[in-house]
Design a protein around this ligand. Structure first.
Ligand SMILES: [Zn+2]
Ligand SMILES: [Zn+2]
Ligand SMILES: [Zn+2]
Ligand SMILES: [Zn+2]
Ligand SMILES: [Zn+2]
Length: 468
């Protein structure tokens, strides 16, 4: 049993890894009651930390249960599913030199590659390319079997699809025109998702029949995997079903919301890149899109620009690093750069619009991604002193609100204002209001300062780790 002190020192990253491993050992998902039980028996994790970790929507999908949650952060029947952005490369072995995906035989992942040692696709997870890929998405601590479980429920390329046409219309084959010859699975998708309201009365198949099993073994799925195929598909459908929804994973107990913030683009891995986003891979010297990359190529994780008088051309400030240094101190209203001073509140310089391009927020990527932008949230007291949320010395009665919680809500929510504990936070006008005494305070969201030198050092370290 680990002590509370130790667990406090353990990083969120460590707990993310523990949880992923646990889920993969239990066929890819667990309900909160069982997960909680295993955690309590083996670790003394703080509830708050677990809820923070589970709010990482790039790693976990949470399907809220119906049972009363009592004192727990989630109701006991809430289902937690392991998610990953990791995929198997679809190119032939000699046709892809480098990509972000595993160079691995898909049948090997399915558990039963008939070609064995003669297979032209790689069966080697320890190759230089694969180790680098595993390190990047932070799953190198998973055993082979655990990793394959994770891939099977996440990578749509590995398993045959549930036929969407079979699931529409009437007749034995629904509206599928391939009928018995269809290579997709003819099975009720709601049965797989555990939400078929017709139950035994349903006209579609509620079991993997002989035909489905044949299709699956044709894809080299091992018999061990066929035994748990229902669970693999259930997880797979839940992950796909929930990927497009912006689901807030902050327990409702500490939060409820009011609507009206304008929609902004979601920031997950599958979304369209933001044109104002700086390409992480370019900084790491690994962007293979070159001139075709949809993101901005710049050697720093931030870039300050001013709009020309023509109203169209954005010009770089020559002293971007100095402006950034000033911006990172929440107490600064403007940069101290003579007549080129940038007003951070109105985001202007001599009446012209100013913008700050940025790499993605660190909370939208696994913790091992370097050079993402780490945002901190501050509030100002009556003496004009800025304090970061959740820091020691924070005089508030509620220490539960941290920079990370706020950043999570801000990035994942489309709301204009949210309620956290006893506070209302207004994201558009950037203030918080204490709901008990109505006191309003100014709030600022500023990044952690990263110098050009720090970028250089991180890059050197990164290059050494991927080569060793
Ligand atoms: Zn590839
Ligand atoms: Zn193979
Ligand atoms: Zn079909
Ligand atoms: Zn059904
Ligand atoms: Zn790029």
């Amino acid at each position: 049993m680990r002590t509370l002190n130790n667990i406090c020192k353990m990083s969120l990253r460590f707990i993310t890894n523990v949880l992923t491993k646990l889920l993969c050992q239990h066929q890819g998902s667990l309900d909160f009651k069982n997960l909680q039980k295993i955690l309590q028996e083996n670790y003394s994790c703080l509830e708050k930390v677990v809820s923070d970790v589970l709010s990482d929507s790039s790693r976990f999908v949470i399907i809220e249960g119906d049972e009363p949650s009592g004192n727990l952060i989630f109701s006991p029947d809430t289902l937690i599913v392991a998610k990953t952005s990791l995929r198997v490369c679809q190119s032939l072995p000699d046709q892809c030199e480098w990509c972000e995906n595993l160079h691995l035989c898909r049948y090997f992942v399915c558990g039963d590659c008939k070609n064995g040692t003669k297979c032209r696709f790689s069966h080697n997870l320890d190759s230089l390319h694969n180790s680098e890929v595993l390190k990047r998405v932070d799953v190198m601590y998973l055993e082979e079997e655990e990793l394959f479980q994770l891939l099977l429920q996440n990578d749509p390329y590995l398993l045959p699809e549930v036929c969407p046409h079979y699931n529409k219309g009437n007749g034995d084959h629904g509206s599928c025109r391939f009928k018995a010859a269809c290579t997709n699975l003819h099975i009720c998708r709601h049965f797989l998702q555990d939400d078929c309201k017709f139950r035994a009365e349903c006209k579609r198949a509620h079991a993997f029949d002989a035909k489905s099993t044949k299709i699956l073994s044709g894809k080299s799925l091992s018999s061990a995997n066929i035994d748990i195929i229902y669970k693999i598909y259930k997880n797979k459908l839940l992950i796909t079903h929930y990927k497009d929804k912006t689901v807030l994973k902050i327990p409702e107990k500490i939060m409820s919301m009011v609507k009206d913030r304008p929609k902004k683009t979601s920031t997950n891995l599958i979304s369209e890149p933001d044109q104002n986003e700086i390409c992480l891979y370019f900084i790491l010297r690994r962007c293979h899109f070159r001139g075709n990359c949809a993101r901005v190529h710049h050697h720093l994780p931030y870039k300050w620009q001013v709009l020309d008088r023509d109203g169209e051309t954005w010009r770089d400030f020559p002293n971007g690093e100095d402006i950034e240094r000033a911006y990172c101190d929440p107490a600064n209203d403007k940069s101290d750069s003579g007549n080129q001073s940038v007003d951070f509140v109105s985001m202007t310089c001599q009446g012209l619009s100013v913008r700050r391009l940025s790499t993605v927020s660190s909370i939208t990527r696994p913790p091992n991604f370097i050079l993402t932008t780490e945002w901190h949230w501050y509030w100002k007291n009556e003496q004009g002193v800025w304090t970061e949320y959740g820091q020691l010395g924070d005089e508030k009665d509620e220490a539960t609100i941290t920079s990370r919680t706020l950043e999570n809500v801000y990035t994942n929510s489309t709301e204009n204002e949210i309620f956290l504990s006893n506070y209302k936070l207004h994201f558009k006008d950037m203030y918080e209001q204490n709901m008990r005494n109505n006191v309003k305070r100014t709030v600022r969201r500023r990044p952690r300062f990263v110098s050009a030198q720090e970028v250089e050092n991180k890059l050197k370290r990164y290059i050494t780790t991927i080569l060793t």
